[in-house]
Design a protein around this ligand. Structure first.
Ligand SMILES: Nc1ncnc2c1ncn2[C@@H]1O[C@H](COP(=O)(O)OP(=O)(O)OP(=O)(O)O)[C@@H](O)[C@H]1O
Ligand SMILES: [Mg+2]
Length: 404
């Protein structure tokens, strides 16, 4: 059997993207514009109409794949009319196979280097949320894409343009890249299928946060004034030896709940994202940590003082947890004394750090308070560092060893 039909709903704006055959395909723009949905539709279409694909779908961190892109493929497929009987879905390995022609979609995290190395014969690649990746990640993928196939070999990168200083802008937008690139821009206005409350939330940003409005509504590169932590570095893993370590925890339900681990070496603060989830109860975090990182219970945790009930819940589960110091302005200034070094898997913290900025009033003056958005990881980090080290009588740098 080699014939199978799918019916897809592709908005006019995305038709050129579906037709594009260039090797590099850059789909950027505002939130809710339909980038992820329509790239998924394109891949489904290619897999159905072109045989023997081994299409790789990647994100920076493997654990984010299942609830996002893998689920999206299942949703798009269920609406596409492609017969279930010809679909082989392996939920544990996260693969989807089209039995009528042998095409296959495989999902991988860039943090799973060994597993990635083991796949051969990749025919095309989609890097979802490419702003989370580093140039080297994408270069490595590019090197892997040299299969013997009659079909176009493509690398699609989809993302929101969070910062004009991002490497993606330099590489694909500024000057001559010398590469075969198709660039596609879209905003929520290009998406006829967007729920109305979503567009309203995006419109509201205009008054609430002009910087985010630019990125998430207009889909234009963010140019941030008043950035709070203007420098950060990244590292593969946390240092084994350190002077002091602590956790910072910001509670949240509608906003993400963020738990971070910090290790201090001289004036360097190494920060690792342990947990960053929205719409989960505190008990779910406790359970996840019990399974994945039971050692957290032995490390002092500084948590959002506004939720004594949840602090209690953690304490009952055996955590060494305390209320964090509240003063935001002093806390930020204290944290700024350190060089911030995030582990590479801390994608949410890195994104927040790039966006974290002082509020600006109507006259354009910078205020002494940060924009209250995308700040959950930044709060958790400040709770940990400031509460543990910024206490009265403690020296800031050099003798932070607990007990001294
Ligand atoms: N062609 C389509 N048919 C049906 N629904 C669609 C279509 N395109 C987009 N949608 C719906 O619109 C919403 C936003 O789309 P999507 O998640 O693809 O946007 P996005 O550009 O990837 O957003 P973000 O920048 O936030 O990742 C989703 O709920 C999706 O299901
Ligand atoms: Mg998306």
């Amino acid at each position: 059997m080699s014939e199978a039909v799918v019916s897809l709903r592709v908005p006019p704006k995305f038709r050129p993207l579906l037709k594009n055959q260039k090797r590099w395909e850059v789909a950027y723009g505002g939130a809710g514009s339909g980038k992820s949905y329509n790239v998924t539709q394109k891949i489904v279409l290619r897999c159905v109409t072109e045989e023997k694909h081994r299409y790789l779908v990647v994100r920076k961190v493997a654990r984010t794949l299942r609830a996002s892109v893998f689920q999206l493929f299942l949703d798009v497929l269920s609406k596409s009319g492609y017969p279930d009987s010809l679909l082989k879905v392996n939920r544990s390995d996260m693969t989807i196979e089209f039995l009528h022609n042998g095409s296959k979609v495989l999902f991988f995290g860039l943090d799973n280097v060994e597993k990635l190395k083991s796949i051969a014969g990749i025919t095309s690649i989609w890097v979802e949320e490419a702003s989370e990746t580093l140039p080297d990640d994408v270069d490595q993928l590019n090197l892997r894409l040299r299969a013997d196939t009659p079909h176009a070999q493509q690398i699609t990168l989809s993302f929101n343009p969070i910062s004009a200083s991002h490497w993606l802008k330099k590489r694909f937008f500024d000057g001559e890249t010398g590469e075969d690139v198709f660039i596609h821009h879209s905003t929520y206005r290009d998406n006829p299928h967007l729920p109305e409350d979503f567009s309203r939330a995006i419109e509201k940003l205009k008054n609430e946060n002009p910087h985010y409005y630019r990125i998430y509504a207009l889909g234009e590169w963010g140019v941030l004034k008043g950035v709070i932590y203007d420098k950060y570095e990244t590292v593969d893993r946390m240092p084994e030896s350190f002077e002091v370590e602590m956790l910072g925890l910001d509670f949240g339900y509608n906003h993400p709940q963020a738990l971070v681990h910090i290790r201090i070496v001289e004036n360097r603060a190494y920060i690792d994202e342990l947990y960053y989830e929205r719409e989960r109860q505190n008990s779910a975090m406790i359970e996840t940590m019990e399974k994945e990182a039971p050692w957290v219970k032995s490390v002092r945790c500084w948590a959002d003082a506004a939720r004594p009930d949840l602090i209690d819940e953690c304490a009952k589960a055996g955590w060494r947890i305390d209320k964090a110091k509240k003063d935001v302005f002093s806390g930020i200034n204290f944290v700024k004394k350190y060089r911030l070094i995030f582990t590479k898997r801390s994608t949410n913290l890195i994104r927040e750090c790039q966006l974290y900025s002082w509020r600006v009033n109507k006259d354009g003056n910078t205020l002494d308070e940060p924009v209250k958005q995308n700040d959950d990881g930044m709060d958790a980090m400040r709770y940990g560092i400031f509460s543990e080290l910024g206490g009265p009588g403690k020296k800031i740098i050099g003798s932070n060893i607990r007990g001294l």
